[in-house]
Ligand binder design. Structure first.
Ligand code: 26Q
Length: 842
């Protein structure tokens, strides 16, 4: 082991025989050379990690390097803040209950363009960068697509040099860790902060008080005006933790501010004085549970009250912070809020912000209602991420009123004025007024958060063209008819830095060699690859890269679940949350059909395939958990049957997360995007696969529609009912038996599951699944089965023509430019936020 801690800072260390030139002018906190980084790591090992040289392990080098990298970003951060303040630049605030950031070190090295320097610096200290990177725990502060989208957008905002703040919750426990026991999902807590978090800077002095519960009172203010004040039952303190967000290849460094809940000291003191010390401690414990754990989606009943508190807590802290910044701007009054800040609501989770900003402006700043309302609407934008009625947030009125009594009054006032506007616009249309009300009737009164978000925003958008159209035609139809100009589409995107350059270095190099490196910030330039799609030597290199990525994933799968995958086989992959509308079970039916065909006819020669799955089910989602068990069960049967495992294998990768996603997307030949048409708002995994040269098999749902448009219909495997057909089938009384009875193969497949073929004769375990498909099938698995299977046969045939497949693969990557989050963010900035670039030059 190198005696690092005894190296004098600034001393030049031998780097594998090459003597580095001394760079004394490069500061060890900011220098980007290998030498400066090496000194920085040594300094942090000594002064921040504080371990004797003999006790240093890779995780200590991880911490030291992370701190060194953070220093460099922090330097850019200070400059970025200064420039945007000096120039009075408008700032985007992205409010999201979830930020699924994934590991930071590799991405930050990439964005600072110091990967090679860091590798050299570590090598000089006897460490391997990859081993050090592997030490980072994943900050899994999100469920899936929505949280990851927020993270991709932060990357693009910084890269496009737009001033931005991400605001969210610092959950102590992120999304649960998934393991399998006998094929069943087991959840474990994700204690991601156990070894500290080198990326964040705690800002105990940036803290705000958040009220909760209690009642409201009228009073007369000094000027003799009648006013209302909120007398809370409980007060909680929010403390800021800041994580720097470095743009790629630029100086701009933005910030993600996550709020953590604390007890208010004075509360504890009160109790102490009355002698109730333990009550004070208890109070502290209750306060701190607010940011304890991330709730899974698809759990409608889980922790309702606490979930509302989480939402209000982070939104109130964020808005107080924004107002505080406004107060600090010498030349600005709160009336200029919409010129200084654009606040985007990432789904309805932060939509209480509409009422909270009104409360701050009217109650605390004594602003006139109409003025306050104009400011509020001009400041907020709302992004909708779902059409599923069961996923639209509604709070029972009783719970809401007990928790946020003043906000309920404000919402009543907003609603009353809003409904007057509706009546004026559509005289006599009583039914419309009822439909549009922010307060919902039926099954008990509720506060409809999507209505609050829509009424309180000047811009409302969906996340893919189809989704935005459906939004205007279904859940927000009435609102569209009232304010058509407020609606637009912003098709999602993903960051090519993390999801190509970082996770697929082989492909990155091949593309760089072929068309230069400008594509990483101008993804449309991937079109330059099109002309190579028919070049035999390029195709061979393309296949070599894919083969190596498949070998890398195969190694991971072998170590994780002990299944051996052959990298020469087709890798057919479906990774995403487990949900009935995403139809992992449709894929399972196809796998069983293939299994059955081989068993019936052992001479059959079919193109060998590895079926790979990944994804978590909400802990209380009965059906989703059974789908996981089913896939693991068929995998068990197939992988151990020598007659079958020559042609097919099934592997369910446990604990799908950003970290293992890096290995998964680059290894795919076929991307499964098979949701029931009209149900997947956009999807972003579909984009990550396309970027990495996978060909999609999919329905006309979400962004698949646009992926197919871009790739060309001949480079996309389309199957299934359209959204209009789905609705038609449902309207005319869908009966799955109509499809099962007419399809002997489907009957046989369902029969095999029901018979216990994959469950050691147990006919009970999958009965709920099979019965659901036979008698209910809410997501039309049976209706789409024949079309899916026929399409899969076309996929198998296409795979046999290696060159034609490579061509499709190259063209998919070449035409994926639209799906960069840079394109999406540029649209948000130009069309909703009016936030321009603020280059930082130093
Ligand atoms: C709500 C209430 C209580 C507890 C949890 C929740 C909750 C949490 C997370 C509800 C929904 C979510 C996440 C939704 C989500 O990820 N939606 C996905 O958003 C992506 C980005 O726009 C789209 O690509 C996907 O189509 C959409 O499903």
């Amino acid at each position: 082991m190198t005696d690092v801690v005894n190296n004098v800072p600034g001393e030049v260390v031998d780097q594998g025989g090459v003597q580095a030139a001394p760079r004394q002018h490069e500061h060890s906190r900011t220098g980007l050379s290998a030498d400066a980084l090496q000194r920085a790591i040594s300094d942090h090992l000594r002064y921040s990690v504080g371990r004797p040289a003999a006790a240093l392990r890779p995780e200590h080098y991880y911490r030291a390097l992370a701190l060194a990298v953070r220093d460099r970003m922090q330097d850019n951060r200070v400059a970025s803040t200064q420039v945007s303040l000096d120039l009075d630049k408008k700032v985007t605030c992205y409010l999201s209950a979830e930020f699924l950031m994934g590991p930071q070190l590799g991405n930050n090295l990439l964005n600072l363009e110091i990967e090679a320097a860091a590798r050299t610096a570590l090598a000089a200290l006897g460490q391997d960068l990859d081993e050090v990177l592997a030490c980072e725990p994943e900050p899994g502060l999100g469920n899936g697509g929505l949280g990851r989208l927020a993270a991709c957008y932060l990357d693009s905002l910084a890269t496009l040099e737009r001033p931005a703040i991400g605001y969210g919750i610092r959950y102590e426990f992120g999304i649960f860790k998934q393991e399998f026991a006998d094929g069943w999902q087991i959840e474990h807590t994700d204690n991601w902060l156990a070894n500290g978090n080198p990326w964040e800077i705690a800002k105990p002095d940036v803290n705000y008080l958040v009220n909760w519960g209690g009642h409201t009172e009228h009073y007369i203010d000094d000027a003799g005006h009648s006013r209302i004040r909120w007398v809370p039952k409980q007060v909680i303190k929010g403390v800021a933790y800041d994580t720097p967000i470095q743009g790629y290849g630029v100086k701009t460094c933005n910030v993600l501010t996550l709020w953590s809940a604390r007890a208010v000291e004075s509360f504890a003191l009160d109790a102490f004085n009355t002698g109730d010390y333990y009550k004070a401690v208890e109070e502290e414990v209750t306060s701190e549970t607010v940011t304890k754990v991330l709730y899974p989606n698809d759990e409608p009943e889980a922790g309702k009250r606490l979930r509302l508190l989480q939402q209000y807590f982070f939104v109130s802290c964020s808005l107080q912070h924004i107002v505080h910044i406004m107060d600090d701007l010498a030349d600005a009054s709160l009336h200029e809020l919409p010129e200084r800040f654009a606040i985007q609501l990432n789904d309805t989770h932060p939509s209480i912000g509409v009422a909270e900003l009104m409360r701050i402006l009217v109650d605390e700043r004594r602003m006139d209602w109409d003025e306050a309302w104009a400011i509020t609407v001009q400041t907020f934008g709302y992004t909708n991420h779902t059409l599923l009625p069961e996923a639209l947030e509604k709070w029972p009125l009783g719970l809401f009123g007990e928790s946020l009594p003043r906000h309920l009054e404000i919402i009543y006032e907003i609603n009353s004025r809003f409904l007057d506007e509706v009546r004026a616009h559509f005289p006599g249309d009583v039914d419309r007024v009822r439909r549009m009300s922010i307060i919902g009737e039926g099954g008990g009164q509720t506060v409809r958060m999507a209505h609050l978000a829509t009424v309180g925003s000047h811009a409302i958008n969906g996340v893919a063209a189809l989704h935005s159209d459906l939004l205007k035609a279904s859940v927000l139809k009435d609102f569209y008819e009232l304010w058509p100009e407020r609606f637009s589409n912003k098709t999602n995107g993903v960051t090519p830095r993390r999801f190509l350059a970082l996770s697929n270095p082989g492909l990155r190099e091949l593309i760089d060699r072929t068309i230069g490196d400008g594509w990483l910030t101008h993804l449309d330039r991937l079109r330059g690859l099109e002309v190579y799609a028919d070049d035999p030597s390029f195709r061979q290199q393309w296949r070599d890269v894919k083969r190596a990525n498949k070998a890398r994933l195969a190694e991971y799968v072998r170590s994780a679940v002990g299944v051996d995958l052959d990298p020469t086989w087709m890798f057919d992959i479906q990774v995403k949350r487990i949900h009935e509308y995403k139809r992992q079970h449709l894929s399972a039916l196809h796998i069983i059909r293939q299994y059955h065909r081989i068993k019936q006819n052992p001479g059959l020669d079919i193109a060998p395939r590895a079926y790979v799955f990944g994804g978590k089910a909400a802990p209380g989602y009965f059906m989703a958990k059974r789908i996981i068990k089913l896939i693991n069960a068929i995998g068990d049967t197939i992988n151990h049957d020598p007659e079958v495992n020559r042609f097919m294998k099934v592997a369910f990768i446990p604990n799908f997360n950003v970290q293992n996603a890096h290995l998964i997307y680059p290894a795919a030949n076929l991307s499964e995007q098979i949701s029931t048409a009209g149900k997947e708002a956009s999807g972003t995994g579909n984009m990550k696969f396309m970027l990495n040269g996978a060909v999609t098999i999919g329905t006309l749902d979400g962004a698949n529609v646009e992926i197919r448009e871009e790739a060309g219909a001949e480079n996309f495997f389309l199957f299934g009912l359209t959204e209009a057909e789905v609705e038609q089938v449902k309207r005319s009384g869908y009966r799955p038996s109509d499809y099962i009875d007419g399809n002997g193969e489907l009957q046989a497949v369902l029969g095999l599951i029901a018979s216990g073929q994959f469950s050691h004769g147990d006919t009970e375990v999958f009965k709920p699944l099979v019965d659901n498909l036979r008698y209910d099938d809410p997501f039309l698995v049976c209706a789409d089965y024949a079309s899916y299977v026929e399409c899969q046969d076309r996929v198998s045939a296409a795979w046999q023509d290696r060159d034609a497949w490579s061509r499709m693969s190259v063209l998919n990557t070449a035409r994926s430019g639209k799906f960069s989050s840079d394109r999406a963010i540029a649209e948000y900035c130009d069309e909703i936020w009016n936030v321009g670039p603020t280059p930082v030059t130093r």
